[in-house]
Design a protein around this ligand. Sequence first.
Ligand code: HEC
Ligand code: HEC
Ligand code: HEC
Ligand code: HEC
Ligand code: HEC
Ligand code: HEC
Length: 402
Amino acid sequence: MKRLKIVALTAVLSFVASVVSVKAQDAAEGEQIFKNNCAACHATSDEVLVGPGLKGISGRRPIDWIVKWVHNPQAVIASGDKYAVDLYNKYNKAQMTAYPNLSEAQIKGVIAYIDAQAAPVAAAATGAAPATGAAPAEGSSNGGMMQYIMIALLLVMVLVLVALLSIVSSLSKLANVSPDSPEAQQIPLFQRIAENGKKIATNSAFKTGAALLITLLIGKATIDAAYGVGIHQGYAPEQPIQFSHKLHAGQYQINCNYCHTGVYKGKGANIPSANICMNCHNAIKRESPEIQKIYRSLEKDEPIQWVRVHNLPDLAYFNHAQHTNVGGLECTNCHGEIAKMEVVQQRSTLTMGWCIDCHRKTDVNAKGNAYYDKLVELHNKDHKETLKVQNIGGLECSKCHY
Ligand code: HEC
Ligand code: HEC
Ligand code: HEC
Ligand code: HEC
Ligand code: HEC
Ligand code: HEC
């Protein structure tokens, strides 16, 4: 009987331990997310890259604000939030990428990771606790969904514990009955155990608890799965030749459209053929095994099999020239800092929501475009808001769908 008690207690204790270690896990996942998504623009120290250094961010901003900001920086700026507007102006109106599909828990994980980087020793000692500890002053609704789920799970565990203990006590009662007492002889031992088990299984608190637990687990799995479908944000496949944008576009400042020749004039940006590489590599680094691969491709007349990174489904129509040339957008608006990447990675979600969101918020680039002059004039007559892409048909289904 003791053993049963011990098993029950260990189960509960290990669960509590796992709740505590969630924080550490979050920080580990946070590191992954930070490196894949944020590191191109942010350092965990004070150093300014494209955006501010994020050291001490959990003390600087309430967690609610950070979550809102990461989900949609443009919306926070548009809402007139003074801190956001000042920051945006200070960083020359550089647009931070939006990450609508990072969960609140994931963002907290990123913050925990940043805090742990700032104070590795203290964080290790307290299990990365300062992550949330620094913020509650301003945001009391901090905890969010995750905390509620944890509390609910704990309650369920307590119920299970109570149920288990009651099994234990009735079993030990049973064991204490002398085998030849009339009581014990009336009902065989196995039957009594079975009855006790049934009683517990029909105990309504136990049933509700178990149902709640199962619902929570299924719910979480479904939400996770739904968010992931068809979204390849962060996708960075290995390429057949170790071509580095950081080296070519970053260090050597080769223009994007030197290689992506269609990007200002056509629908597709184009991936350069080996001939374009040869403009330089017939002379540069000939002996490198990676460069030899280019020669081999030309000799055999087989194009280099680059792995495609960005890929919209066939049902959607996207045109580069419309955005880069007419719209005046930078590559970084949609692709992030390619010039800092060793390996190209998809930075935006490329979902319909992503396209629409930008069309709602972005002003039409009407400067020097006589075609728009009249439109802008008409629009400004009866609208306070500036002319946005949505006003010129940017939300019409047929513009993006064949
Ligand atoms: C493409 C570059 C870029 C990426 C990628 C990026 N940011 Fe930013 N971030 C910025 C810029 C630039 C600012 C400054 C405000 C502005 O100009 O919009 C900023 C501001 C911030 C701030 C406010 C900083 C402060 O000092 O108050 C936080 C927090 C933040 N980013 C978090 C993140 C997180 C978390 C990620 C990754 C999930 C991320 N950022 C990815 C560019 C980026
Ligand atoms: C010297 C030639 C060269 C230059 C310059 C160059 N690229 Fe590339 N780019 C490539 C090659 C080759 C690939 C395919 C291999 C890969 O993905 O790394 C590629 C791939 C890409 C992709 C991913 C394509 C896909 O499959 O979805 C993007 C986005 C991209 N480049 C953007 C840029 C941007 C932005 C710049 C300028 C900052 C730039 N490139 C400059 C050669 C170049
Ligand atoms: C405008 C000139 C230019 C073009 C075009 C160009 N490269 Fe390069 N590439 C360079 C320079 C410069 C280096 C650095 C050489 C060095 O480190 O000494 C380099 C280095 C490399 C390296 C690293 C080689 C090594 O072993 O260190 C690879 C791989 C490479 N290029 C692949 C490509 C591919 C693939 C293309 C075509 C898509 C391409 N390059 C187009 C200029 C160019
Ligand atoms: C408005 C957002 C946006 C901007 C700005 C943008 N791209 Fe793209 N880019 C995309 C999308 C979306 C795709 C995927 C297209 C598809 O699958 O049909 C893509 C795909 C690509 C590809 C893969 C090949 C292709 O044409 O499908 C390359 C290379 C590329 N972009 C380079 C660039 C460069 C270089 C710039 C800047 C001069 C740039 N892009 C600006 C959204 C953008
Ligand atoms: C600004 C461009 C844009 C506009 C406007 C737009 N869509 Fe889309 N839509 C997309 C892109 C890109 C995708 C593919 C990415 C995705 O599945 O999220 C898509 C996907 C879809 C899908 C397929 C979803 C799936 O999972 O396969 C449907 C259905 C759809 N759109 C319907 C519509 C309807 C109806 C409208 C008009 C009310 C509309 N769209 C307007 C860009 C747009
Ligand atoms: C970073 C902001 C941004 C994103 C993201 C973006 N667009 Fe656009 N889009 C623009 C701007 C700005 C224009 C206006 C260009 C102009 O002046 O004609 C535009 C125009 C268009 C138009 C022409 C609309 C018209 O009525 O003339 C289409 C179609 C379009 N975008 C499709 C897409 C699709 C599909 C996606 C997603 C895969 C997308 N866009 C993502 C900014 C964006």
